[in-house]
Design a protein around this ligand. Sequence first.
Ligand SMILES: NC(=O)c1ccc[n+]([C@@H]2O[C@H](COP(=O)([O-])OP(=O)(O)OC[C@H]3O[C@@H](n4cnc5c(N)ncnc54)[C@H](O)[C@@H]3O)[C@@H](O)[C@H]2O)c1
Length: 274
Amino acid sequence: MASKVTFIGAGNMAGAIIGGMIESGFAPQDITATAPSDDFLAPLRERLGIRTDTDNDAAVAQSDVVVLAVKPQIMREVCEKMRDAVQARRPLIVSVAAGLPAETLEHWLGGDLPLVRCMPNTPALVGAGAAGLYANAKVDEAQRRLATELMEAVGLVEWVEEEALLDAVTAVSGSAPAYFFLMFEAMEEAGVKLGLPADTARRLAMQTALGAAKMALASDKPPAELKRNVMSPGGTTERAISHLEDAGLRRIMEEAMTACADRAGEMAEELGKR
Ligand SMILES: NC(=O)c1ccc[n+]([C@@H]2O[C@H](COP(=O)([O-])OP(=O)(O)OC[C@H]3O[C@@H](n4cnc5c(N)ncnc54)[C@H](O)[C@@H]3O)[C@@H](O)[C@H]2O)c1
């Protein structure tokens, strides 16, 4: 029998993962999403044909996997309220919340539970997500495979053996779609200043990012070599790349990603107190 998966929280991230799961063949009737109000749930139910519930305990009571997908700020309250239902059912718990440590989540849910912490990203919505996963010691091989299957339905899965590395995953992929969206904004604005219509600049920039990523993934050459292949000596790309290097793009990325990972650590301190 197929595993029954419940998403506690039906927002951006849950919607992205559920959309991808259905796209990749998961049966909608095996998926449940919860939220406090049906106003949130009705569009998902109508669009995707999944089950929905405004009662977390009732949904947990029928689940093999419970995905925690509410904001980290309300996670404690949500977990503590459904503790009895979770302990009665003992499903695999998968948390997608940034920052919150596995041990803390497990404690809020009553303890002694198999728990996978996952840091996904929103391109899961189009089947092109990237997620880092960490399992606590109570997760068995079958549950590891199940968590892999769930997240592979929406993209790439990389397991990390140390939980602290999920903060690095947050910096490299969890938050990173926003870095590229910022880049698209900047490229569009610069393209317009150079005379292109905004939508032309936007489409060209996005298609180029897609092409560059596809090409790099398909190639056995490192990005540095692919970059060199675009740079004719004394040409246009060399001038642009020199400018980016001189302006400190590498340092800026390192600082931004360190700030991102540090924030994940701070959130664990602020919100993860047991
Ligand atoms: N958005 C991202 O890019 C991203 C990426 C990786 C991880 N995450 C993590 O995913 C989680 C959800 O983020 P999001 O962006 O989807 O937030 P969101 O605000 O879009 O969704 C949260 C959902 O939780 C629901 N909710 C609130 N109280 C609830 C309750 N008591 N019971 C059930 N549901 C309840 C809300 O109705 C909403 O549907 C966060 O923990 C975040 O750290 C988000």
